[in-house]
Design a binder for this molecule. Structure first.
Ligand SMILES: NC(=O)c1ccc[n+]([C@@H]2O[C@H](COP(=O)([O-])OP(=O)(O)OC[C@H]3O[C@@H](n4cnc5c(N)ncnc54)[C@H](O)[C@@H]3O)[C@@H](O)[C@H]2O)c1
Length: 310
């Protein structure tokens, strides 16, 4: 899933991309995915100056890891989220790839130190964590292991910027990195509200899609609260800090997502989207994302022009 979207990110930035997967069918799926995604991007005016054929032609399907590493500068590893798979793969990558080739992992939660510690050239390894699908969602988290070379980190950040992504850099490894820590706070409260019968899963979703999410689409929580008090963030904290502290104390006891609760949410969700409809809904999400990304760019550009001419 993620590797296919990455292939598109690099190809549209002008790089030749070797596509390797241990499953030949998955390599074919990547080529098909990229072709369809390029057409969707063109339909939204996000296709760029080059034709879809030119971008697609930069993808080179290969059948061995050795072939994948020939002539490359950077590897975006997107193998399954299983420690034993990553460990074995990095042993092979480190043995085959020249020491100046950066080995970046898409891992959502495994620190690079957990699968690179014993490698001869572990200083060229780091996490470059995307948000799915990275060809539409630009944020990437750069997370160094304790032994990641600062030059490697800087080169990866520069590559991401060059490819149109939006990197943030963590100072050190931490469980969940930044994005999943933020998401975990929100999901923890979402499950709690449903478990306590305060509202349905559909209403939690609505609170985000028709509420908080509209602002979060183009500004973060700090800018949001900075604008929500007449004199800015300090005044907001003075007015509402005690309320949030009280809420945080209520949320302090972590809760497991127990099976009956998960089953109930699964049932609620399947009434909205059937199991067989999930793939189509995912494509719908990606089309919406492309349209919103296009609109966001246009609106922010217009506002920027308006404020510089004021
Ligand atoms: N899916 C997401 O939303 C998402 C988001 C961000 C990061 N990630 C991370 O990206 C990585 C990939 O996730 P995904 O959802 O794309 O997984 P996926 O299951 O869709 O793809 C993994 C691919 O790796 C291949 N593979 C397995 N072992 C291999 C090996 N030894 N060598 C080469 N290929 C191998 C599989 O055949 C499969 O095609 C994971 O680390 C995941 O945590 C996923």
């Amino acid at each position: 899933m993620v590797g296919s979207s990455w292939a598109l990110v690099f190809a549209r930035a002008g790089f030749e991309v070797s596509v390797y997967d241990q499953s030949a069918a998955a390599v074919g799926d990547t080529l098909t995915f990229v072709r369809a995604a390029l057409d969707d991007l063109s339909a939204q005016g996000l296709g760029g100056a080059e034709s879809a054929d030119v971008v697609h032609a930069r993808l080179k399907p290969v059948t061995t890891l050795e072939a994948a590493l020939e002539g490359v500068d950077y590897i975006q590893e997107s193998a399954p989220e299983r420690l034993e798979i990553k460990r074995e793969l990095y042993q092979r990558l480190d043995a085959i790839a020249a020491p100046n080739i950066i080995l970046a992992s898409s891992t959502s939660g495994l620190p690079a130190s957990s699968f690179t510690e014993t490698l001869a050239h572990r200083e060229r390894c780091l996490v470059v964590h995307p948000i799915n699908p990275p060809h539409l969602v630009p944020l990437v988290e750069l997370v160094p292991a304790p032994w990641t070379d600062a030059v490697v980190l800087a080169r990866a950040a520069e590559l991401m910027r060059h490819a149109g992504q939006s990197p943030i850099q963590l100072s050190r490894e931490i469980n969940g990195f930044v994005v999943n820590r933020l998401q975990s706070a929100l999901l923890g409260e979402a499950f709690r509200l449903v478990e306590d019968g305060i509202c349905s899963s559909a209403d939690v979703d609505k609170a985000m899609s028709d509420g908080l999410g509209l602002r979060w689409f183009f500004m973060g929580p700090f800018e949001t609260i900075d604008l929500n008090a007449k004199n800015g963030v300090a005044e907001y904290c003075k007015n509402l800090g005690a309320m949030y502290y009280g809420l945080a104390k209520e949320q302090a006891d972590p809760r497991e997502w127990k099976t009956p609760l998960v089953e109930s949410i699964e049932q609620q969700r399947r009434q909205v989207t059937t199991a067989s409809g999930l793939a189509a809904r995912r494509s719908w999400r990606d089309r919406c994302l492309a349209a919103f990304v296009a609109a966001k760019r246009r609106v922010l550009d217009e506002q920027q022009t308006a404020s510089t001419t004021e």
